[in-house]
Design a protein around this ligand. Structure first.
Ligand code: B12
Ligand code: SF4
Ligand code: SF4
Length: 339
């Protein structure tokens, strides 16, 4: 296979809708950061993080003969008035980003395979066993901040990543990770309500509200974390909102990132969602990962934390819900309301 020229690949990436693109050599990743993170228990019960560690650390297991990793990023920040107070993290307010970035990567690969029919590729968005922030750093798109998020010069950390492995070399690999711009700042560390940022850009998922609201969806959330569900029902953006490098966000002017109707709802409406409303509002968004009961559990906690007396009616109804998860959360929330 010939060495591929990067200039037309960059152009193609922009044509299919990516904001940023970069190229890295497909060299193995030093195992220390992933293995010590898993060994410390920071992966919580996300067993898949450790189970496929070999692939995460060496992309040639995923694609034999791998030579290049392309990292793509999409800005998603919006400030639409209807969703400004949403208890849903910004990345999840529009159409599910997995399908948006996958569709863009599919279009990229389609043209690539027409141009280079022999080329082997392997792609993923989030759920693939690849360390996407490491590849984005190696590809020169930015660096991992103390908040554990990947920060770019142009769009701050309000970007989502997609990753594509090629079994061919390219003609320009760029300069590698961008300089760390955190300096002496510690805002994210001071602002994280649960102390989940444990240093060097590492996140203890067990304490992270993003994990607790999204991944830990079948059990009650430990009380120490539940009491931090302050207008927070799905995901958490606190360590990004406080970051000075996010002060000049760019509006993501694309319908796919436009907040959907669900992003106009508050915790009361989310707690009261009927199965029919859930079916109408949630499929096709990233919120589906929390499932019906997980979402209502989170919303019940948020109402308890807000001590919102007007929520008593909906919480009383949920305290008789068919789901034990929801019933228990609602009873706890009721116990938090003023008498
Ligand atoms: C597991 C996971 C989580 C976990 C753990 C978070 C974490 N930071 O590890 C939980 C559930 C908590 C989570 C939460 C969120 N997540 Co998440 N998550 C992932 C996932 C699947 C794997 C991350 C991982 O490998 N972690 C293990 C640690 C050890 O690796 P790491 O995060 O890369 O960090 C180390 C290395 O980067 C290394 N390092 C740093 N620089 C360099 C440079 C080089 C050259 C090398 C070799 C290494 C290195 O140091 C870091 C610390 O050890 C990725 C998708 C993917 N497949 O990569 C999405 C991903 C990281 N998540 C994403 C998002 C959007 C989020 C949330 C913002 C969602 C939300 N609003 O609620 C939060 C942010 C929480 C936070 N402060 O990080 C985006 C990140 C976008 C961005 N700009 O950073 C990703 C990339 C998904 C995507 N495709 O867009 N997530
Ligand atoms: S996402 Fe929220 S809970 Fe997780 S590290 Fe950031 S501020 Fe802390
Ligand atoms: S808040 Fe400060 S320390 Fe945290 S990621 Fe942003 S610049 Fe770095």
């Amino acid at each position: 296979m010939n060495v591929l020229p990067t200039a037309p690949l960059r152009e193609l990436a922009h044509q299919v809708g990516f904001d940023l693109v970069g190229f890295a050599r497909a060299e193995p990743i030093p195992p220390e950061s992933l293995l010590s993170w898993v060994a410390a228990g920071y992966a919580a019960d996300m067993d898949w993080m450790g189970e496929r560690a070999a692939e995460r650390l060496d992309v040639s297991i995923l694609l034999p003969g791998a030579r290049t990793v392309i990292s793509f990023a999409n800005n998603y920040w919006r400030d639409d008035a209807a969703s400004v107070d949403s208890p849903i993290a910004r990345y999840a307010r529009g159409r599910d980003y997995h399908s948006t970035l996958r569709d863009r990567m599919k279009a990229f690969r389609k043209t690539l395979s027409l141009r280079y029919p022999e080329l082997g590729t392997y792609g993923g968005v989030d759920s693939g066993p690849m360390m996407e922030k490491v590849w984005a750093a190696r590809a020169g798109l930015g660096y991992v901040g103390k908040n554990g998020c990947f920060i770019t010069e142009s769009h701050g950390s309000w970007v989502l990543l997609a990753t594509l492995i090629l079994d061919a070399e390219v003609d320009d690999y760029g300069a590698g990770p961008a300089a760390d711009r955190c300096g002496a700042c510690r805002r994210c560390l001071m602002s994280c309500p649960t102390g989940a940022l444990v240093g060097n850009g590492r996140v203890d998922a067990r304490a992270c509200l993003s994990y607790q609201t999204i991944e830990n969806r079948e059990r009650q959330v430990p009380e120490a974390f539940r009491v931090k569900f302050d207008n927070l029902v799905f995901g958490c953006d606190i360590c990004q909102e406080v970051c000075p490098l996010n002060r000049r966000p760019v509006f993501a002017d694309h319908a796919r990132f436009e907040p959907r109707a669900v992003a106009a709802l508050g915790a009361v409406e989310l707690a009261a969602l009927t199965p029919e409303q859930y079916q109408e509002l949630i499929p096709g968004t990233a919120l589906a990962r929390a499932r019906y009961d997980g979402l209502r559990r989170n919303a019940a906690y948020a109402l308890g934390v807000a001590k919102q007396a007007s929520a008593r009616g909906v919480l009383e109804k949920l305290s008789g819900d068919a789901s034990e998860l929801v019933r228990t959360a609602a009873l706890w929330a009721l116990s938090q309301l003023e008498p």
